[in-house]
Design a protein around this ligand. Structure first.
Ligand code: 4AZ
Length: 232
C-alpha cells in the first residue's frame, strides 16, 4: 500500500496472506471458514501442494493460522492478457476458527452499485512505493475513492480495457494506492467486499487509479461455485 497507514488485523480480520512455499505472494480475503478469494493472476496454474492462506496476523511473518489450499477455481473468463475476471476461489484444508483476528466478510450483492466518489478502504502487506523491493512487515490500509467508470476507461484507453466486471478506485492526484503484493486483497465499503485488487499502471500515479475485480458483477459466479463445492 502506497500512502496509507499501519493498521492491525483486528480492524481488517478478513484480510489473509496468500502464500507460495510459505512466503507472502498476494492478498487474500476470507469469505467462509474454508474459502478465501485471491486474484486469478496470483494462482496462475500453480500446483496446490505449496499454496496456503495465513490469517489472523498483523505482521505477515507472525504466527497466525495457516491453512493449506486443497483446491482452487480460477474464473473461466480470466486471462493474463485482458485481466478480465481476475479472481480465484481458494478451498482450504479444514477451516479457520473465527475470533477477533479472523472473520469472514460479507460480499456485495449481485448488481449492487457504488456511486463514484464513494470512500472505500484497501488493505495489504504490499510495497510502499512503485518498484519498492520489500513488502511492508505490518498490515497497512488506505482510503481510496471510487472512480466514475467512463473516466477509468478513458484513463486506460490504449493500455487495457476496463470492463463491466471491473471497478476503479484511487485518488485523482495519486499518492495513495495498492501496489505489488496487494493483489487479491480487499476493497471494502462499510462492512462489505466490493472489490479485490487486480491491476493498474504502476502504483499511485496521478490519473491512474487501481482496477479491482467488481464483486457485485461476479457474485453469481462466486455463489454458484460455493454451492457446487458444498454439494460434493
Ligand atoms: C501488483 O503487482 C500490483 N496499483 C497490484 C496493484 C497495482 C499494481 C501492481 C495497481 O500486485
Amino acid at each position: 500500500i502506497v500512502g496509507g497507514e499501519e493498521t492491525t488485523i483486528e480492524r481488517f480480520p478478513f484480510q489473509g496472506s496468500f502464500r507460495m512455499y510459505g512466503y507472502h505472494r498476494c492478498g487474500a480475503v476470507i469469505i467462509k471458514a474454508h474459502v478465501a478469494t485471491t486474484a486469478g493472476h496470483c494462482v496462475d496454474d500453480q500446483d496446490t501442494w505449496y499454496l496456503s492462506v495465513k490469517a489472523g496476523v498483523t505482521e505477515w511473518e507472525d504466527e497466525g493460522m495457516e491453512l493449506k489450499v486443497k483446491d482452487y477455481i480460477a474464473h473461466e473468463d480470466y486471462s493474463i492478457r485482458t485481466l478480465e475476471s481476475d479472481i480465484a476461489l481458494l478451498f482450504l484444508e479444514g477451516g479457520f476458527e473465527f475470533s477477533n483476528t479472523i472473520q469472514p466478510i460479507y460480499l456485495a450483492s449481485y448488481g449492487e452499485e457504488l456511486h463514484p466518489s464513494t470512500k472505500a478502504y484497501v488493505s495489504g502487506w504490499g510495497t510502499m512505493k512503485e518498484n519498492g523491493s520489500a513488502l511492508s512487515e505490518k498490515l497497512r490500509f488506505a482510503a481510496v475513492t471510487i472512480w466514475d467508470q467512463e473516466e477509468c476507461e478513458d484513463a486506460y484507453e490504449g493500455i487495457n480495457n476496463v470492463t463491466s466486471t471491473m471497478i476503479c478506485a484511487g485518488e485523482p492526484q495519486g499518492g495513495v494506492d495498492p501496489c505489488e503484493g496487494d493483489s487479491g486483497g480487499p476493497l471494502i465499503v462499510g462492512n462489505k467486499l466490493f472489490g479485490t485488487v487486480s491491476w493498474g499502471l504502476g502504483c499511485a500515479r496521478p490519473g491512474k487509479p487501481s482496477v479491482y475485480v467488481k464483486i457485485s458483477a461476479l457474485r453469481k459466479w462466486i455463489d454458484s461455485k460455493l454451492l457446487a463445492a458444498n454439494a460434493n
